[in-house]
Unconditional design. Sequence first.
Length: 360
Amino acid sequence: MLYEENSSGDSAFGGGNRHYSESKPDPISSLSAFTAVPMPSDLNHKGEVSAEFLERRALDWIVRITSGEATDADREEFTRWRGTAPEYEAAALQAIRTWRDTGAAAASMVTAPPSARPLHLSRRMLLQGGVLAASVTGAAVLGTELGFLPTLRQALADYRTTAGEQRRLDLWDGIGIDLNTRTGLAVDTDKGGRQFRLVGGEAAFTVRLRSDRPLILQANNVSVSANQGVFVVRIEGRSVLVSCLEGSVDLVSPDSSTLKPPQQAQCSDAGVTTVAAADPGVVAGWRRGQLVFRDEALSAVVSELNRYKKGKIVIVDRTVGSRRVSGVFHLNRIDEALDHLQTALGVPIRRFSSYVTLIG
C-alpha cells in the first residue's frame, strides 16, 4: 500500500484512489470485529451509521494502529474498513488530522480501560483533550525519539522495523529488500508490487528486473528507478541519501541523473545538492551486522548508535563531541561499542539504566 500526501497536505495513509461498489455495503455487517457494533442511537434518521459513530471508530483505529501492538491483520482490516464507503474514508482522514492537531491526548480516552472509557467521544471532549495535547504529544514524540514507539507514518506502513531490528523481504521475483533499523516501507500493490514509498529510515534494494518494468521508489520528494542494480536509500529529516553499489540507479526527481557505483547523491527539497563517491563499507555495513566509521566525529557516531538502540546516548560535554573515531562495531553489541569509545578516547561514560547513557 502506497501512502501519499494529498493536495490538502494530509497524509492519505492508504487513501489513494479508492473504488467503491455501486451497491453500498451494509455498514453494520462490514465493521471490523475490533470496532463496536453501532447502537440504535448511533444511527441517523435514515437508519444509517452516523458521522459521529464513524468518527469514534476511526479514532479507535488510529489509536490501535499507533499503539505498537498492531498486527499486519489489524492494518489490513483498517484498510478494508476505510474502503467500505466514502464516508468511512473521510472519517479516517479526519481522525488522522485530529491525531496530528491535538496529539495523543485527544485520543487517549479511547485507549482507557473499558470501565473507564466514555461511551461517546464527542467533539467537545476532543477540544478538552487538546488542553493536554502539548504535554502528551511531547511524550509521544519522546517515545518515538527513544525508539519505543513508531512514527504515525511508520506504524501505518506495510512493513516496518523497530529500534535495533532489521528485516529481509523477498516478496517478488527480481526484488530483494533489506530494511534497516527504525524503517517503514509502503507498497503499491495495485501496480504489481513494483512501486514503493520509504516512509522513514533506510533500506537496501537488490533489483533484477526487465528494462520495461523497473522498480520505482519514492522517498520524501525523491523518486528513483532501477531494473538492474543494488542501491541504498536513507532518509535523514528532509534529506535523502541515494547510494549506488552495483549496476545503476536513475534519479527521476527532483533532478534527473544516473548514478553508477560507487556514487552517492544527497538530495533535498531544492534538488540534488551533492554527488560524491560513497564508501560501500560505511553505507552498507549494517547489512552484515556492522557499523563502520572512518574518521567520524564522536557526535556523529553517537547519533548513529542511537538509531540502533532503545533509549538515548547523550554527550553532556560538548568539548568531546568533535573527537575523531574510526572503528568497526557490531550492531548487536552497542554496549561494547560504548566501552571501546571510553577506552579509546579516555572519556567517562555513565549508564543510569539500560536506556540512558551519558558521555563526558
